[in-house]
Design a protein around this ligand. Structure first.
Ligand code: SF4
Ligand code: MSK
Length: 649
């Protein structure tokens, strides 16, 4: 298969060709060489004890007995245990990120910010009220101390319930309470997940998934939400901002520093340190026209949202950025970082710098990011990059592709944009959903996966949704894919959206696809859904809303945790690529169907993005019907010709 068949992104195709010429292997080739294990990919390989690994498949027609592991575990138990472990790992990743942010927040609150500060006092007061604090006659500094302490305690709580659970619609909270899935403390639920999935503990697949629900809620309404809120308070709540995306943002005449990973505590300081006169002078001395910071993965989204720093690319472009030969340093922290970066960097002059004690890579240079000396750490890293600028081995080859985008849509700014500063509200959105101009809202998120054509499912799905008047909210690598396709600018409304959505977007001046941030910022989508419920007219619970979610190119365990907290919050959620429980019909049927009776939301799997869009639109239409607002609009089914016509208008 040639590069053209592996991606729809022109810069990616160009760099894959260069990789071939330079003799560099990438994830795209390795995924072709490695066939996924058919049993493992369907969730029925168990290796949690040394009597196994037990690789079992569903009972075939001619088999008398159900295949079992040595201990007697059946496919449903094994697949459910594996599924819960994915949720636990994803929740742990987001929540450990949240914990780091809370620790830094506490340093700031104690007056040891050393460069970090409280930027959004309004949000600080809001969060303080959520924590039940009396805000009267207290300064921001006093409140920050109390909020920081309470936020950190959320991780280690042993009983009661996580504070942000009370932000959910009342009916949703009551459902969680009745079903017994309200999370107590973040760490407690994750630890219990590992206990329950140890050999010989929880062996009832529904009970295992029930704990998955509680653990995922501890992520979405716990660890992730804490990360988003405290980051907003310290680094500023995002507001709409213009930037650019794709490998063309790398500049041949500048020192290129690519930040990659997830935690903005580092990247925020790198952005700040770039303004330091000493650093600027050093770059000039080395013959560069300045320092160019760009991002990969969710670190990119964090600094895009708050500073408009350009996006070099999404998950599958990390190796390709180095292959341009123009990256002087790639600075990584945690999550979604390929080990291959080390060997790819060794073929060029790029310094791969790891910064987190949690994530070292053999062959990389480790420069630990010291959280109480953040600016000094960031400057030291930048100096390494600048000193490396004269060491470029080859003439850079940088694709020209860079596309405009507008990002920075927090839940709060959506509120202001729709309702205006003095009457901030979701009412205009609710009204437009009720009158049918907007058919519904979809959250499309998640990763890239070389098992499918890079970016294709994201772009096809989102184009189909907006053409059918579905407003799309995005985060993560998915937002970068559609940004590269030109969907994240207001002009995209006239070009790609159906007439109703286009009219609303043009009136408000927003794109039809709204970039809400990084993976932890999926918590913003939970808040947006909650705001739709609280505004009124669209039911009493998130599960009543005409909304759906999708991760069409997912790959990480974090995506499963996110998907499950959306299902657990009442959202119909569709995944592409592959589905990790297909080895158990019983469990898959539960997740795709009857879990809806327990939680209001349910899972679905569909690798074809056009079919996925239809499933989501059908679900949205069913919800409209149940709300009695289906008469407001006639359904338009777009065929290929109509879509082409819409795109060329
Ligand atoms: Fe096999 Fe049971 Fe051990 Fe899993 S727990 S590896 S199914 S014996
Ligand atoms: S970075 S989790 S590849 S979205 Fe959040 Fe992208 Fe998926 Fe990582």
């Amino acid at each position: 298969m040639g590069p053209e068949q592996k991606s729809i992104c022109p810069a990616t195709i160009e760099m894959l060709k260069k990789a071939g010429t330079d003799g560099i292997q990438t994830a795209f080739e390795r995924s072709g060489d490695l066939r996924p294990c058919p049993i493992g990919s369907q969730g029925t390989c168990c290796k949690i004890c040394a009597m196994g690994p037990c690789r079992i498949t569903a009972k075939k027609k001619d088999e008398q007995e159900e295949p079992l592991g040595v201990c007697g575990a059946n496919t449903s138990t094994i697949a459910a245990r594996n599924f819960l472990r994915m949720i636990a790992s994803g929740a742990a990743s987001h929540s450990d990120h949240g914990r780091v942010v809370a620790e830094v927040f506490n340093e700031v609150a104690q007056g040891h910010g050393n460069g970090y500060e409280i930027k959004d006092e309004k949000k600080l007061y809001q969060v303080a009220m959520d924590f039940g604090l009396d805000i009267e006659n207290k300064s921001a500094a006093e409140l920050a101390k109390e909020v920081g302490k309470l936020a950190l305690q959320e991780f280690g709580k042993q009983d009661g319930q996580l504070t942000f659970i009370q932000r959910a619609p009342e009916k949703r909270q009551a459902l969680w309470k009745d079903f017994g899935v309200i999370p107590r403390g973040v760490d407690r639920e994750i630890v219990e997940s590992l206990h329950r999935t140890h050999m010989g503990v929880d062996q009832d697949y529904k009970n295992i998934i029930k704990h998955g629900t509680r653990t995922s809620l501890a992520d979405g309404w716990g660890g992730s939400m804490i990360a988003t809120e405290l980051q907003d308070i310290m680094f500023g709540t995002p507001y709409p901002i213009l930037s650019k995306v794709n490998l063309g943002v790398i500049k041949s005449n500048m020192v290129n520093v690519i930040v990659h990973g997830h935690e903005p505590v580092l990247s925020e300081m790198i952005v700040q340190a770039c303004q330091d006169p000493e650093i600027k002078a050093l770059a000039e001395e080395k013959g560069a026209d300045g320092i160019n910071v760009a991002g990969i993965c969710c670190t990119a989204n964090e600094i895009l949202m708050r500073h408009g720093i350009p996006l070099a690319g999404n998950f599958l472009q990390q190796e390709l950025a180095i292959i341009t030969g123009a990256v002087d340093a790639m600075v990584v922290d945690v999550q979604c970082i390929m080990q291959s970066l080390s060997s790819v960097a060794a073929c060029y002059h790029t310094k791969l710098i790891t910064t987190s004690p949690r994530a070292k890579i053999a062959g990389a240079q480790h420069m630990e990011f010291i959280e109480h000396e953040p600016l000094e750490s960031a400057k030291a890293i930048l100096k390494e990059a600048i000193e490396n600028f004269p060491n470029r081995k080859v003439k850079p080859h940088i694709p020209k592709d860079e596309v405009d985008l507008v990002a920075g849509f927090s839940h709060e700014t959506v509120n202001y944009l729709l309702g205006g500063l003095f009457r901030a509200s979701y009412k205009p959105l609710n009204d437009n959903i009720i009158n049918g101009r907007i058919r519904g809202v979809a959250g499309v998120v998640g990763c890239n996966n070389p098992r499918v054509v890079h970016d294709n499912a994201h772009v096809t799905l989102v184009k189909e949704l907006i053409a059918n008047d579905v407003l799309v909210l995005q985060t993560g690598c998915s937002a970068m894919a559609t940004a590269k396709a030109g969907l994240l600018v207001p002009e995209a409304a006239a070009k790609f959206a159906g007439p109703g959505l286009a009219e609303v977007c043009e009136t408000v001046g927003i794109p039809p696809v709204i970039h809400m941030g990084s993976c932890v910022d999926n918590s913003r989508i939970l808040m947006a859904a909650t705001a739709l419920v609280k505004e009124g007219g669209l039911g009493e619970d998130i599960s009543d809303l005409p909304v759906a979610g999708a991760a069409p190119e997912w790959m990480s365990e974090k995506a499963v945790a996110i998907g499950h907290y959306f299902v657990s919050s009442g959202v119909y959620t569709v995944f592409g690529v592959s589905w990790p429980t297909l080895g158990s019909e019983e469990l898959t049927n539960y997740l795709f169907d009857s879990i809806g009776k327990d939680l209001g939301g349910k899972w679905a799997y569909e690798p074809d993005p056009e079919k996925m869009a239809q499933m989501m639109i059908n679900h949205i239409d069913e919800k409209r019907k149940a709300l009695g607002i289906d008469k407001a609009r006639e359904r338009v089914l777009y065929d290929m010709d109509m879509r082409r016509e819409l795109e060329t208008q």
